[in-house]
Design a protein around this ligand. Structure first.
Ligand code: SME
Length: 180
């Protein structure tokens, strides 16, 4: 199905996140494939947020549960999913970096300066702030939504609230075959 989505005309971030909900509902209408829906959601967030904030947001994407670990493995890990931005690290163990910490603790990490976060994984040395929101299905973390910005304090509580709504919506809007 081809979505009929117009670019966000929001003039501020709160408005942008209200529009974003509708845009993501639009692109996921009649489509439940997780790769497809996370790919389009990354594009909507990356381009829309860069336009409205004029901040150098340099990466927006998803990591999902890695199911390629042997069944005997007791560790959980994330693997790179759909994204917008430069090439990124492919595998992140739960508990490692900002993404792995958000996954292990099942809570959003709003990191105003990545240099203050012990264990931050610098996929791109240009990144200075980051926000990671877990995707939680029936109490289980199945992935994370990750955004990076080249300046410190690139993200705030408005982003956190807006992105948590997006994460919650996407968990329900997709079939997670291959991830869970
Ligand atoms: N900085 C992340 C790694 C992923 S990239 O930013 C795309 C982390 O510390 O988990």
């Amino acid at each position: 199905m081809t979505p009929n989505i117009s670019a966000s005309t929001a003039s501020n971030k709160a408005e942008f996140y209200q529009d974003l909900e509708l845009q993501i509902q639009g692109v996921t209408d009649g489509q439940r494939n997780w790769v497809t829906n996370l790919a389009n959601s990354s594009a909507l967030i990356y381009h829309g947020l860069r336009d409205v904030t004029e901040k150098p947001i340099n990466w927006v994407g998803f990591y999902v549960l890695d199911q390629s670990l042997p069944p005997s493995s007791t560790k959980e890990a994330l693997i790179l999913g759909p994204f917008q931005g430069k090439v990124a690290c492919t595998n992140i163990d739960f508990g490692r970096g900002v993404c792995g910490t958000a996954a292990a603790e099942a809570r959003t990490m709003l990191v105003k300066d990545v240099h203050d976060f012990p264990g931050h994984i610098a996929c791109d040395a240009a990144s200075n702030s980051e926000i990671v929101v877990p995707l939680v299905l029936d109490g289980r973390v199945i992935g994370v939504l990750d955004l990076d910005c080249e300046v410190t304090e690139g993200f705030d509580e408005v982003d956190q609230a807006g992105l948590e709504v997006v994460a919650k919506y996407l968990v329900q809007a997709c079939d997670w075959r291959g991830v869970i």
